[in-house]
Design a protein around this ligand. Sequence first.
Ligand SMILES: Cc1cc2nc3c(=O)[nH]c(=O)nc-3n(C[C@H](O)[C@H](O)[C@H](O)COP(=O)(O)OP(=O)(O)OC[C@H]3O[C@@H](n4cnc5c(N)ncnc54)[C@H](O)[C@@H]3O)c2cc1C
Length: 447
Amino acid sequence: MTSRSYCVVGGGISGLTAAYRLRVAAGDDATIALFDPGDRLGGVLRTERVGGRLTDVGAEAFVLRRPEVPALLAELGLSGRQLGTTGARPLIYSQRELHPLPSDTVVGIPSSSTSMAGLVDDATLARIDAEPGRPFSWQPGSDPAVADLVADRFGEQVVARSVDPLLSGVYAGSAATIGLRAAAPTVAAALDRGAACLTDAVRQGLPPSTGAPVFGALDGGYQVLLDELVRRSRLEWVRAAVTKVEPGWLVHDATGARRHADAVILAIPAPRVTRLVDGLAPRTFAAASRVVSASSAVVALAVPRETPFPECSGVLVASGESLHAKAITLSSRKWGMRGDTQLLRLSFGRFGDAPENSAVRASDDELRAWAVDDLATVFGVAVEPVDIRVQRWIEAMPQYGPGHADLVAEVRAGLPPGLAVAGSYLDGIGVPACIGAAGRAVATVAP
Ligand SMILES: Cc1cc2nc3c(=O)[nH]c(=O)nc-3n(C[C@H](O)[C@H](O)[C@H](O)COP(=O)(O)OP(=O)(O)OC[C@H]3O[C@@H](n4cnc5c(N)ncnc54)[C@H](O)[C@@H]3O)c2cc1C
């Protein structure tokens, strides 16, 4: 068999996983060129030293309910590096107070009024209790914005104070910009099966409570995984952006060089995909053009160990609060790290932010000041960072709006043979879904 050659466009977790899976599928002789113009590989996965300690300043965790990351770590011999959360839970900041994170919800959508007590007013609690008695109609297969359904059944307070904080953490979006099927697939499935009302569907859609940690992370940060994927895939890193892809396949990069390949995987965000498939795959172009994305910024701080934060893993912020941050992670508490300092992260930026509150427009100095101010407001502590780092992620968080699955089916259906896509706008925004989508892309082009 003649050796095959592949081009992977994009060196984030999607592209690196694709390169590794191509190596496994195509064997030692295959040529795998990976294009990325960055000064490092990893895309949104970035591990840096803050206060002398390695910390992730992009994604920092992965959900353990999905199998992809633990399975990949096991395959790469890295299971020993997997960390679990300590059991500390996040709080919700709403109405200028801290509240326990409601239990027995699916992305904040309640299965009863019990866990919402204290977070929403009495009228809303009564409305949740009365929901099963109200007429309910559901079109199987439909995909409303989460906000539309939840506000209709439970009221605006549940949206703003319980659902938005969770969805803004995951998507930098809100219940208004995310479809039910992406946000809460088990709830949508229960409704399709004929659940009597939303409360009933949430009850059916609750994950089994095993007591096991919900999130994992890597000792040494995501860099550990990135390094191993690079090593095992034996990819050739072409440090340039791809500017054009021609059928057959010919890949042009920004230096003017061209390279032939038997197949190409585009592992780049949707807005970049549209530039490369314009004229080549019209259906894919049209569908990918409909994906909109949010930008965010992470401010990572190291603060003196004795800084008196409450017992929690962090704080999710309700919408409408007069804070800049959308979430605070007390990383040292969350992962049980010891040391002379505590590490924490604040995340900024929601889809549709007003310009004056935009994480993209704010200067680094403003973001640092917002972080310190928000910590004082939320915890009542004056924080004196010993180190602080600002990291921006522009248009890095695709919004899974209503009907997203149909859009993705259209993206894939429009691809000619030999061209595949991977990335966070396809089957889920998180690292596990990116790993899954990369494997799926390789399966369509590998021998
Ligand atoms: C702040 C933040 C926090 C997050 N936290 C979590 C978390 O805790 N857990 C979780 O599971 N997920 C999290 N996510 C989501 C997850 O990190 C991302 O969805 C995922 O890392 C995206 O990986 P990717 O490879 O698809 O894309 P990216 O990481 O965006 O990589 C794409 C790469 O393509 C390159 N590129 C772009 N255009 C071209 C071109 N024309 N030619 C060549 N290369 C190109 C870019 O330089 C980039 O390196 C977070 C995301 C953000 C932004």
